[in-house]
Ligand binder design. Structure first.
Ligand code: CA
Length: 231
């Protein structure tokens, strides 16, 4: 079961889709215009959006772009035209799948389930968990003991890079080339500075590390903290 938002100005299609999806156990909200659709996509947080491209108020591709800018909800585009070049453009623009009118309820339901399986799989794959630390590359959010960490984009990249290689010592040279895309220039302090900022956000110090362990003259290693005698 999923919560589905359908954005479609044709009342006949809208009603048919609502009935068919409701019969299959989904919860459906609907909007007849792009503007209402965008509002509902934010306020209702649907699991999937069905988006008709021929809407009265805004161009379909523009709506697709705006939806994508708002959140990562999977979008199935509904179109009247079955043109391959058009489909490729839509998929490039951020659509997850498409349906060509006319379509049946079973086909629609199958597409919804496929899109949800795919995105759920991606979300699971995307989260790297090390001890109480969870780093999700898809949402670009990191949590420490369930509290959201306020990281800059670079700090996030650094944390994700280290967490993906948990338990392994990573050299500062590798960090500089892989996270910063910079050539290694010996005495560069960039990595050290960002590591110390990241440490502070993780609530630890170089003297009393929990997750980030400096290995002298080699690099840095991220590892789950070992419970001490006081815990
Ligand atoms: Ca339409």
């Amino acid at each position: 079961m999923a919560t589905v938002l359908i954005v479609e100005d044709d009342m006949t299609i809208r009603t048919a889709v609502i009935r068919s999806l409701t019969e299959r156990g989904h919860v459906v909200t609907s909007a007849p215009t792009a503007m209402t659709g965008l509002q509902l996509a934010v306020s209702e947080k649907p699991d999937v959006v069905l988006l008709d491209l021929g809407l009265p108020d805004l161009d379909g591709r523009e709506v697709l772009r705006m939806l994508r800018a708002v959140n990562q909800v999977p979008i199935i585009v509904i179109t009247a035209r079955n043109m391959e070049s058009e489909m490729v453009r839509l998929l490039d623009a951020g659509a997850d799948d498409y349906l060509v009118k006319p379509f049946g309820g079973a086909q629609l339901d199958a597409r919804i389930r496929a899109v949800l399986r795919r995105t759920e799989g991606e979300a699971e794959e995307a989260a790297v968990v090390v001890g109480g630390l969870s780093v999700n590359a898809r949402t670009r959010q990191a949590f420490l003991d369930d509290a959201l960490l306020e990281l800059t984009p670079r700090e996030f990249d650094l944390l994700h890079y280290l967490a993906s290689r948990a338990g392994t010592v990573v050299s500062k040279r590798n960090l500089l080339t892989d996270v910063w895309n910079l050539p290694y220039a010996g005495a560069d302090k960039t990595v050290d500075v960002h590591l110390s900022w990241l440490r502070r956000k993780l609530g630890e110090t170089a003297q009393e590390p929990r997750y980030l362990h400096t290995v002298r003259r080699v690099g840095v290693k991220l590892a789950a903290p070992v419970p001490g005698p006081s815990q």
